[in-house]
Design a protein. Structure first.
Length: 278
């Protein structure tokens, strides 16, 4: 289950590895991406309906249970999948970002405040820009600038220019540029941009708008407390150079909720599937 701003193509090396070893892979472009529908209403990007979509796909593929692997925003859909349909999940893997337990009282503002106290910067401050009405247009206008920040040569750029509130807008409006990461050529970046822009950015950015507006809270209030626990074998792949999805926080939460947890570390930034494809 794939996150922002990726389509299934970003994971092609991993899918090739698995299918060559006779593992079945179901890897849809998530809502808002690629060939999948792209609703403009943020309410469509609530986690519970996204989990329901995954069950519909499993049913269509005649697959009773699945080893659910997720990255970035795919994690919130995967989390609700195991909460609501635990009988359909045989095992789980969270890459870069860990489990999102249900939280009927979720507040983005509260999360910003707590992270700032803990680590000294906003961490999720960029969600403010991503969920704004003009974000899609600004990003499309200065797409190379946006990409140079989102996929940086130096991962620590996220601390100074992505995490703090207001800094992404300043970066993109100023058309600032940074170097390419080692895993991309200019042509590979161009191809990635073309895939993302296939249906525009409103859909992908709505994943942020739904969380900033706390649109999951009512659905989360209906999930029984006993379903918060993850009872299947669970892997967390930590990436110490990811300065947004903090490995320490993800590991702490998973240790509270996953009774059979394995933690492994791959020394990359957030984009582990491209930085360490093998």
């Amino acid at each position: 289950m794939i996150g922002f701003p990726s389509t299934a193509q970003d994971w092609a090396p991993q899918f090739k590895y698995l299918t060559e070893r006779d593992y079945g892979v179901i890897a849809p472009d998530m809502l808002g991406y690629g060939g999948t529908d792209k609703p403009e209403d943020a309410d469509a990007y609530r986690a519970t309906p996204l989990a329901n979509d995954m069950i519909d796909i499993l049913d269509k593929e005649n697959t009773q249970t699945a080893f659910v692997v997720s990255h970035d925003w795919g994690v919130i859909a995967a989390s609700r999948l195991v909460n609501i349909y635990p009988q359909r999940v045989s095992a789980m893997a969270f890459l870069s970002l860990g489990y999102f337990p249900p939280n009927p009282n979720w507040s983005w503002e509260k999360a910003i405040s707590e992270y700032h106290k803990e680590v000294g910067y906003d961490v999720f401050g960029y969600w403010e820009f991503f969920s704004s009405n003009d974000a899609a247009k600004l990003i499309e206008t200065n797409l190379d600038s946006f990409y140079s920040l989102l996929f940086p040569e130096d991962p620590k750029l996220w601390i100074t220019d992505l995490a703090p509130r207001g800094k992404v807008r300043e970066w993109v409006e100023g058309n600032k540029q940074a170097g390419l990461p080692s895993y991309w050529t200019p042509e590979e970046r161009r191809q990635h941009q073309a895939r993302l822009m296939h249906g525009g950015l409103t859909g992908p950015l709505n994943w942020y708008a739904a969380r900033v507006r706390s649109l999951d809270n009512e659905d989360d209030s209906r999930i029984p407390l006993e379903n918060y626990k993850i009872k299947v074998p669970t892997l967390f792949v930590a990436n110490p150079k990811d300065y947004i999805c903090l490995a320490s926080t993800s590991e702490m939460i998973l240790k509270q909720y996953a009774s059979n947890l394995t933690v492994r570390e791959i020394d990359t930034d957030h984009w582990v599937m491209m930085a360490a494809p093998n």
